[in-house]
Every structure is written in structure tokens, then in C-alpha cells.
Design a protein around this ligand. Structure first.
Ligand code: NI
Length: 146
């Protein structure tokens, strides 16, 4: 997991500089499609959700089911499009991910194997969840930069 944590750390450093250089971050391709600002807001929601998942798993011995969340409602109700500048969302993104990083950096090898039961009743480990978190982040960063 160390390589992935290092990659995460470099993303936290490099992404704000790259996104600050973009223009038209408010532009919505259609009323139902997210602007670049909203995609970054979605990544803040993802950080919030996954941070909670890790804290919940690390602090409980019970079986836990991986709950999905209403991604569109989160973006809409947080009103990233109208209530924030891109700079404010970047500040939030950096703060949330830096805080998540503190939790990740202190996870032991044994703890990375802790599991969630997912909706289809297969189990996923914390290492799977973190790998998926970074893949998901990179997918949306490519959308923002593309
Ligand atoms: Ni997504």
C-alpha cells in the first residue's frame, strides 16, 4: 500500500496547481451533466464518504455492510455549482484528502485486510477500497483535464 499512499500524496500536491490553470470550470455541458467544479465537488464527497468508511471499519469489530450513497444528490444539495468558487472547492478537496491521508498513513498491514460486506455479499478489504478510491479519483481528474 505504500506506493499507492505515495501516489496519493503526490496527487494532493500536484492537482491544485493543475486545476488552478484551467478555465471554464463553471461550464455545464448540459443541465444534467456536471461542470468541472461539480466533478471536483463530487471528489470532495467521495473523500468524505471514504474517510467515514475507514473510520467506521477501524473503530468497530461488527460486520459492516458497504453502503452506497446518492452521488447526484450530494453534488446538488452541496450546491458546488452556485455556492463555491473553484478555489474554495480546491481548498476543501486538499483539506479532506490531507485528513484522510493521516488515517491511511497509520494503518497497519493487518488492518488493511479488514473487510466490508458489499451489497452483492462479496467482501472487500480496506486495501481494495483505497485502490478503488484512487482509481475513481484519477478517472474524474482525467474528465476534468480532458
Ligand atoms: Ni464518480
Amino acid at each position: 500500500m505504500n506506493n499507492l499512499i505515495n501516489e496519493f500524496s503526490s496527487l494532493i500536491q500536484s492537482v491544485p496547481k493543475i486545476i488552478r490553470a484551467l478555465s471554464n470550470t463553471d461550464y455545464k455541458p448540459s443541465p444534467t451533466k456536471w461542470s468541472k467544479k461539480e466533478i471536483l465537488g463530487h471528489l470532495c464527497d467521495s473523500a468524505t464518504m471514504n474517510h467515514k468508511r475507514f473510520i467506521d471499519r477501524l473503530s468497530s469489530k461488527d460486520e459492516l455492510v458497504l453502503e452506497l450513497y446518492k452521488q447526484n444528490s450530494w453534488v446538488e444539495l452541496n450546491d458546488y455549482q452556485n455556492s463555491y468558487t473553484i478555489e474554495e472547492i480546491l481548498t476543501l478537496w486538499t483539506a479532506l484528502n490531507s485528513r484522510f491521508m493521516i488515517v491511511l498513513a497509520n494503518i497497519s498491514e493487518e488492518q488493511w485486510k479488514l473487510q466490508y460486506t458489499s451489497q452483492n455479499e462479496e467482501s472487500v478489504t480496506l486495501s481494495w477500497l483505497f485502490t478503488d478510491y484512487i482509481d475513481h479519483m484519477k478517472h474524474h481528474l482525467n474528465q476534468i483535464l480532458g
